[in-house]
Design a protein around this ligand. Sequence first.
Ligand code: NAP
Length: 343
Amino acid sequence: HIINFTDIQLYIYDKCPHDELTIIMRRYMMKIAETIAKDHDDKALITGESIGQVASQTIESLLVTNEVCTLPVFRPLIGFDKQEIVEISEKIGLQLKEFLLSSDLTEDVENPDYVFAIGGDGTVLRTFNKYMDKLDTVKFLSIHTGHLGFYTDYSAEDFEKIFFDMLALEPTIEQYPLLHLKAYCKDGKLIADSYSLNEITVNSHSGFTYAAKVFINGEHFENFRGDGLCISTPTGSTAYNKSLGGAVIHPQMDLYQITEIAALNNLVYRTLGNSIILSKEDELIIKPLKLDNHRISVDFRTFNYDTVSKLYITLAKDKKISFIRYNDVSFWKRVKRSFIENE
Ligand code: NAP
């Protein structure tokens, strides 16, 4: 049986305290399951709950849920050690899928309108990579399960709130800029054409220092020598860029940032030393002095090239990523939650 829960949820949302929505919903689920069981002359209910996995599955919550039914409830997974984040993510994924399918939505893995990423920020990066060619139509929503969760508004503990938010609230769509990379080899052939959500880094995979001429808008800016360069989006500013001492940037700003990775600065080699923030019109060109042994990383993907003569990086002009937001957790609150203290 698939039960359409929409009307019940809207009613609960309207009439009940909002910090008890999930537990009240679970009581209704139990009640309905028991009604169907009794209609079929079934003698017990079986659920997939396990203790403490999410806030609605604490002992106290299970007690409150049990109160609404008289049939015995078997919970074969109750003692499962669910520390494996993957298992938790899969379970949340299944529940979310059931909810979405019962809300008149259909599943379309190839051409979706909405994509749900369940995991950490790394999962968001991988999901973005999968749907990079469909950013015009796809909107992302993510739930974090035990990771940092910088891109996410929902955690494993409160993910069931999504069910209510999706029914009752009008979402806002936030769009964040991306980077566009084009890399060419000596004969002018395009060898990489990619978009990045976090950052692009360039360095040498031979272990030697990386040396390159840096041009901004066609003008020679500096000669870099060191471990490499990190070019980040505003959303990527809290990732690798932050570890390198770069500035944290509000994700809706149309700009990008270059941060040095261990630059040599002495009487012979000199770079600015600070991270540089470029506007959406600025075009960055990096021309390596040695053309071989190139490593370019785009978010979590790394590519080694025998020869690269020019990298051309700008803020993407034709693409942005869209995130669905139901609550207004401000960007700065997320920064505080992730890096300073989680109240
Ligand atoms: P990973 O080594 O498994 O994860 C790197 C960490 O970065 C994870 O804790 C991840 O959070 C976090 N993260 C990713 N994007 C973020 C963002 N926009 N803001 C704040 N934190 C973020 O690698 P991965 O999962 O494949 O992710 C690739 C990313 O790792 C790269 O894009 C780069 O930014 C980052 N990285 C950082 C360093 C460094 O800081 N020294 C070095 C190399 C790469 P979750 O735990 O929630 O997934």
